[in-house]
Design a protein around this ligand. Structure first.
Ligand code: SAM
Length: 184
């Protein structure tokens, strides 16, 4: 298991559909950010809306989460695979179980976690260093990513991870409590 900051964690979202995936893609990026990823790479239909959402949440709640649109994901991943610059982990219900596989993933290299949307091209399975399932039932990229990141990253120190935000939620048993940083 890596420790956050030991290496760069990116999420690559394949096959975003501007109308159909509006909410789930937005939630995928928020999940990536909240559970320790450093960036999300949006692929599929170009759409500035999720990028704006993620950037806005990062500026309000802190941290250095990055996001951008990649028009050619297969070319991008072929390059990564050729240069071995990062470990490619593809989350798919057809993969090998998380528990069995996670300890095999090198934790001294950056990692790109690939999740699908529309039909995932078969080539992805070959480009991935690891095809990993979170159970072998069909569910969702958000659930799969959350469970993988929680296992891979482990506990996050929010004060370190989300430094510099305007808003900080104060955990409360009954109320919505937030700390708002003074305007500089
Ligand atoms: N139609 C896509 C396809 O044919 O591959 C899959 C649709 S699925 C709703 C979207 C994404 O959720 C998948 O590409 C995968 O990344 C993730 N996912 C769904 N179930 C999963 C599971 N059991 N384990 C790991 N990832 C899963």
């Amino acid at each position: 298991m890596s420790s956050v900051g030991a290496n760069d964690i990116s999420v690559l979202r394949l096959g975003h559909r501007r109308e159909r995936d509006k909410r789930i893609t937005s939630h995928l990026g928020l999940t990536a950010r909240a559970f320790g990823a450093d960036k999300i790479i949006l692929c599929g239909e170009e759409d500035k809306s999720p990028l704006e959402t993620w950037s806005s949440v990062t500026s309000r709640f802190g941290g250095n989460f990055d996001c951008y649109y990649e028009p050619k994901p297969l070319k991008f991943l072929r390059n990564v695979s050729k240069n071995k610059s990062s470990t490619i982990v593809h989350l798919t219900m057809y993969g090998e179980g998380l528990e069995k596989t996670i300890s095999k993933i090198p934790d001294d290299k950056s990692i790109i976690i690939v999740v699908g949307g529309t039909k995932v091209p078969g080539e992805i399975f070959g480009l991935a260093d690891y095809n990993i399932s979170i159970g072998n039932q069909p569910h969702s990229e958000v659930a799969a990513l959350a469970i993988f990141l929680n296992s891979w990253v482990g506990k996050i120190d929010p004060d370190k991870r989300f430094e510099g935000g305007e808003i900080k939620v104060l955990p409360s048993a009954r109320e919505k409590k937030v700390f708002i940083a003074e305007e500089e």
